[in-house]
Write a protein that binds this ligand. Structure first.
Ligand SMILES: Cc1cc2nc3c(=O)[nH]c(=O)nc-3n(C[C@H](O)[C@H](O)[C@H](O)COP(=O)(O)OP(=O)(O)OC[C@H]3O[C@@H](n4cnc5c(N)ncnc54)[C@H](O)[C@@H]3O)c2cc1C
Length: 453
């Protein structure tokens, strides 16, 4: 008899963990295939550290082949109209435009989320997102370039604009980008003669009344204090009304001249899950506590793309965090195995273990198990947590941290990623996540382009 085929779509926190745990549970009694656009699992929480040059990009890319030896990897993206639950097939497009069809007996959808585009004039054209390695590498190059160009510019306004960086969204991503970005640019200008001598300026905007609005208020207060002490201009209850190639108009009426607008405000579930015609909850695929899609006993979903009932908070769904996605992956693996007659199924139930936000230097905020830790202790706990959570590359990550602590940060532009490769609309098919080579398209007009350079 042939072995059952399990297809996992998406190798992020949820899909990677499903593949890893499932391969241990079934021990060769099922064929596991993982469909993902890249050959690695991207450890997103450390991405801000790539953008500011602390970590080399490969450190946050966990190799799939090396760490999932019993899983077959297919490079590609499931097509939006490609999932046929009746025929039990998934059609996909490969990295070079080729296509294929995968047949399954059990399907796990773990495609995560994409940037949420808000209808703010100019933002889609002039802002860039922060969701992947190309974005982080682009930002690192772009910021370095702005500092270089600003240093030699004859025009005082242009000089100030190049040294002004605007981050929208004070969730954990935006807060880390602004906090660590400020330290990065301060290090870049240290020891230079800088025209009018004004230090780089970072603005962090959010419509919420406090930074880190989704976390405990004590974490917010500490993060706010660290940001302001560092010189970040924190503007709560403020956002962008319009973006142009010269800068951004804020909702309070002020026009800020800048060449850099980083959009970290809001994500939404990957629209792929809309294509299978099952009930959704705010764009997430509704599942039962066993992570099964109702009425489709052979289809499971987990992570950001799934609306998983929060058994600790009846009537709610688990939030879109790495912590939940990672733990749901384990339960999805158990329940897929149980559906194949291996082991017992289990409902997803998980208490928050707390949050960690790395603000760079020796500052972080963390509340492991509800214990509020500020400052260097939080920084040590945060880094320890990431080292423990990373499935690979731990020694390399620790080595980068050590080098960063004792050596000046390397500030060179690699020029590998063009602004056209880091669109804000990560959900559209045109926004293929490519790293531009010499012939790569350049965005027609982006705040991040260099007018008058
Ligand atoms: C910059 C950044 C920093 C973050 N920091 C934190 C943090 O500090 N703490 C925290 O709790 N959360 C953090 N998050 C959120 C957290 O990363 C997500 O909640 C988590 O990644 C969700 O896991 P997932 O497996 O559902 O999706 P993902 O990890 O996003 O993985 C989805 C995978 O599916 C793939 N995929 C997408 N579409 C398709 C398709 N059509 N076919 C095949 N594969 C597809 C993607 O390429 C990706 O590999 C951060 C997010 C970002 C962007």
């Amino acid at each position: 008899m042939s072995r059952p085929r399990v297809l996992i779509v998406g190798a992020g926190f949820a899909g990677y963990r499903t593949a890893r745990v499932l391969s241990r549970l079934v021990r060769g009694r099922a064929d596991i295939t993982l469909l993902n656009p890249t050959d690695h699992f991207l450890y997103l929480p450390l991405l801000p550290q790539v953008a500011v040059g602390i970590l080399e990009p490969r450190r946050v890319a966990v190799p799939l082949r090396g760490t999932l030896p019993h899983v077959r990897l297919v490079l590609g993206e499931a097509r939006p109209d490609g999932i046929d639950p009746d025929a039990r097939t998934v059609r996909y497009t490969g990295p070079e435009g080729d296509s294929g069809t995968l047949v399954y007996d059990r399907l796990v959808l773990a495609v995560g989320s994409v940037n949420k585009l808000l209808p703010v004039p100019g933002v889609a054209e002039h802002a860039h997102g922060f969701r992947g390695l190309p974005e982080a590498l682009y930002l690192r190059d772009h910021v370095t370039r702005q500092i270089e160009l600003g240093a030699v510019s004859e025009d005082p306004r242009g000089r100030t604009a190049r040294r002004t960086f605007v981050v929208v969204g004070a969730g954990y991503t935006g807060t880390e980008v602004a906090a660590q970005g400020k330290l990065f640019t301060d290090a870049l200008v240290r020891g230079r003669t800088l025209g009018d001598g004004a230090p780089p300026r970072w603005l962090l905007l959010d419509t919420a009344p406090r930074v880190l609005p989704e976390l405990d208020e004590r974490l917010s207060r500490t993060a706010d204090r660290v940001l302001r002490r560092r010189g970040v201009d924190v503007r709560t209850e403020t956002s962008v009304e319009e973006a142009t190639s010269d800068g951004v108009r804020l909702t309070d009426g002020e026009f800020v001249e800048t060449r850099t607008l980083v959009w970290c405000a809001g994500v939404r579930p990957d629209p792929l899950v809309e294509g299978i015609g099952q009930p959704l909850e705010r764009g997430r695929l509704l599942v039962d506590p066993y992570l099964r899609v109702p009425g489709r006993p052979d289809v499971f979903a987990c992570g950001d793309a799934a609306a998983v009932p929060d058994l600790e908070k009846p009537g709610h769904y688990t939030p879109m965090t790495a912590q939940h996605a990672w733990r749901q992956g384990r339960i999805a693996a158990r329940n897929v195995a149980a559906s194949l007659g291996i082991g017992e199924r289990r409902a997803y139930r998980h208490r928050e273990l707390g949050f960690t936000v790395d603000l760079g230097g020796v500052e972080a905020v963390a509340d492991p198990l509800g214990v509020h830790l500020p400052g260097p202790v939080a920084a040590a706990v945060t880094r320890g947590y990431h080292l423990a959570a990373l499935p690979a590359n731990r020694v390399r990550v620790a080595a980068d941290w050590l080098l960063d602590a004792v050596l000046p940060r390397q500030a060179v532009q690699l020029g590998l990623v063009r602004s056209g490769s880091v669109p804000l609309d990560t959900a559209s098919p045109e926004s293929a996540r490519v790293v531009g080579g010499p012939g790569a398209a350049v965005a027609p007009a982006a705040v991040s382009a260099e007018p008058g350079a």
